[in-house]
Design a protein around this ligand. Structure first.
Ligand code: MN
Length: 202
């Protein structure tokens, strides 16, 4: 799945401030984690690959503890400029709720990125402001997995950036926007002044 058809199909761009976006020709390596207060709070983990952001919804968010493997549901590809989006998606629209840029930076595949992705075994290093060091995404195809949202696991590799869970939770310690320093509540209150400026003020 390398097109944005599914992304476009799900959204009404007259009603949502999210970017329309298009596939880009250059092969960048950006990554972003967006904290998304929708029906259920989750973290959207996105890696730029083949001109789009490959995207996983991680209900519990990333953990720095290598023994903690977090469910990551593969969702539709997003446009690369979605990685600049912070703001509020109106109620009733797809993904309605507040989006925070929780972390961003670039990623570095270990081995061939396309092959790893296609084989469901993606090993990489993150160079973010909050997340760093070695990480893995492994496709599991568990019982609850379906074709629309295949299940993967996201987890930290053992290195200097790893930290046991009993020494704190990065999601709580660094809970604010990496772009604006705001909380979800502050973003929700000021939707329209956020991020990429496409959002209309209320
Ligand atoms: Mn989401």
């Amino acid at each position: 799945m390398m097109s944005l058809r599914e992304y476009t199909r799900k959204r009404h761009f007259q009603r949502t401030p999210e970017p329309v976006g298009k596939k880009v020709a250059k092969e960048g390596r950006s990554f972003v984690v967006q904290k998304h207060d929708a029906t259920h709070l989750h973290y959207d983990f996105r890696l730029e690959l083949e001109g789009v952001l490959k995207s996983w919804a991680v209900p519990k968010g990333p953990s720095l503890d290598p023994s903690v493997k977090r469910l990551a549901m593969h969702v539709e590809d997003h446009p690369v400029d979605y990685g600049n989006f912070e703001g509020t998606i109106p109620e009733g629209e797809y993904g309605g709720g507040t989006v925070m840029l929780w972390d961003r930076g670039y990623w570095e595949p270990v081995g061939d990125a396309r092959e790893g992705y296609n084989n469901g075994r993606l090993k990489f290093k993150l160079h973010g402001e909050k997340l760093r060091g070695g990480w893995m995404l492994i496709r599991t195809g568990g019982a609850k997995s379906d074709r629309a949202k295949p299940q993967w696991l996201l987890f930290k590799e053992r290195d200097d950036e790893a930290r046991p869970a009993d020494q704190g939770d990065i999601l709580e310690e660094q809970s604010l926007s990496v772009a604006t320093g705001r909380s979800l509540e502050e973003i929700a209150e000021h939707s329209g002044q956020a991020g990429n400026g496409k959002a209309k003020s209320k």
